[in-house]
Design a protein around this ligand. Structure first.
Ligand SMILES: [Zn+2]
Length: 75
């Protein structure tokens, strides 16, 4: 059974052993500028899982920040 693929905001994901994997490192990927490499580590079986995660959360955050600023009342 393969580990469940976490979303970009997940700090934990389910391991193939049934345990819980917690995020260990997040690093940029030199040849994938729009992705981050999330590495999860399982404390139960000591496995590591690596996922390349699109950085869309950052873009969405920027967009909503702009909207919020534009919609903010002047008072
Ligand atoms: Zn495990």
């Amino acid at each position: 059974m393969a580990p469940k693929i976490p979303t970009r905001t997940d700090a934990v994901c389910e391991c193939a052993c049934g345990g819980t994997m917690t995020i260990a490192t997040v690093a940029p990927i030199p040849d994938k500028a729009d992705h981050m490499r999330h590495v999860y580590h399982c404390n139960d079986c000591d496995a590591d899982a690596t996922f390349d995660v699109a950085k869309k959360a950052t873009e969405l955050a920027k967009d909503s920040a702009k909207q919020t600023a534009g919609d903010a009342p002047l008072t």
